[in-house]
Design a binder for this molecule. Structure first.
Ligand code: PLP
Length: 394
């Protein structure tokens, strides 16, 4: 194959931080004929998916599976909790954290920002102080900030949430299923995710769970929810008994999600967290071995995505193009103000050790082609060394 060619790979390695690759088991389910949303088969599958959603978020709270992406989940959270004039503290340390304030304002809420530098974790003490300064209806926070690769200290945030009436709303779109999140034990009030990241299903579904504190805020609303489709009180009866009707559920997607959730249950959440941690430590060891600097603050690196600074003199778009066109390996660049400055590699959901090694190998070769100095194999070797202890434990 000539170097200048752009072959189309029938089997690309999708290593962006979502959507991620989907297990053949899930793909097989997605290729099945459409079934009726009134059928007993679907009703049972939906109920099982809802039960597994509670397992995923580690909660006995109220689960919802809605048609839409992660952003719809964020909007449903705000639309149902926040009424016009309510004050909301948006805790921000990256691209997705900053999205919350726009959603709050779109629903008539009054935003106060608590900003941290991109790449730094949020400081729970400052969150606690700010929450005491005003009567906040809610505060928003990222679990994993996908744009920087930072995992925020969520357990401490939960402790703070317990001591306040403000509803703690957590965006775990790039966290849950790949990193520990214990909604009830930690005291988080409303957590959400999308189907396409650490769950290992295709994009298209938003999953939310509300504890009793959050749900009672929804039930005690004075004004109607200004979003007919995302009104959780309209969806509530369907989530308790899927033989009811509000809007046609995406049956095929929900069956696909169920298979992905079953895979998580079979692997075991704790094992899955361990696997993601081992993968992220190994990938970072590989990056370090080839001289790439990690972007997120040390000790706060997410286990679902690795983020590295683009070396001096390297064009990140060119780097990603070489990886895509010559190796069929797809990684992501920076978002917003980090465009051109970082690369982001997702290794979550059903990613495997061989996916990791192939991605590192492709990255090494592409960097070498662009004139970056490195010893080929150094990254893959470091990654393998780091993975050995994990692979040796039964
Ligand atoms: C942390 C986080 N929040 C929210 C979103 C938005 O989700 P979606 O693109 O599915 O609407 C993303 C998407 O990448 C994300 O990573």
């Amino acid at each position: 194959m000539g170097c200048g060619m752009s072959p189309r790979f029938e089997r690309e390695l999708l290593m962006i931080p979502g959507p991620t690759m989907v297990s053949p088991r899930v793909l097989r389910i997605l290729s099945k004929p459409v079934i009726s949303h009134w059928s007993e088969e679907f009703k049972e599958a939906f109920l099982e998916a809802l039960r597994l959603t509670q397992m995923l978020f580690q909660t006995e709270g109220h689960p919802f599976i809605l048609p839409g992406s992660g952003t719809l989940g964020m909007e449903a959270a705000i639309a149902n909790i926040v009424e016009p004039g309510d004050r909301v503290l948006c805790v921000e340390n990256g691209f997705f954290g900053e999205r919350w304030s726009e959603i709050v304002e779109a629903h008539g809420g009054v935003v106060d920002h608590l900003r941290f530098d991109w790449g730094q974790p949020i400081d729970p003490k400052l969150v606690e102080e700010r929450l005491q300064e005003a009567d906040y209806k809610a505060f928003t926070i990222e679990h994993v900030e996908t744009s920087t690769g930072v995992a925020n200290p969520l357990e401490e945030i939960g402790r703070i949430a317990r001591g306040t009436d403000a509803v703690c709303i957590v965006d775990s779109v790039c966290g849950v299923g790949g990193m520990p999140l214990k909604m009830d034990e930690w005291g988080l009030d409303l957590c959400l995710t999308g189907s396409q990241k650490a769950l290992g299903a295709p994009p298209g579904l938003a999953l939310l769970c509300l504890n009793d504190k959050a749900w009672s805020v929804v039930e005690r609303r004075e004004k109607p929810v200004a979003d007919y489709f995302a009104d959780l009180r309209r969806w509530g009866p369907v989530m308790r008994d899927p033989s009811g009707y509000f809007a046609t559920p995406p049956t095929g997607m929900i069956l696909g999600l169920l298979e992905a959730l079953r895979l998580i249950a079979e692997e075991g959440l704790e094992n899955r967290w361990r696997r993601h941690r081992a993968f992220s430590e190994a990938f970072r060891a590989g990056l370090e071995a080839i001289g790439l600097e990690s972007f997120p603050a040390r000790g706060y690196e997410a286990h679902t995505v690795s983020v590295a600074k683009v070396p001096e003199g390297i064009d990140d778009a060119e780097l990603r193009k070489i990886m895509r066109e010559r190796h069929g390996v797809i990684i992501a660049g920076g978002l917003g103000k980090l465009k051109g400055r970082i690369i982001r590699i997702g290794h979550m959901g059903s990613a495997t050790i061989t996916d990791l090694a192939a991605t590192m190998s492709s990255l090494e070769m592409a960097l070498k082609i662009l004139g970056y100095e490195l010893r080929l194999g150094a990254g893959v070797g470091a990654l393998e060394e780091r993975l050995l202890p994990y692979l040796s434990t039964p």
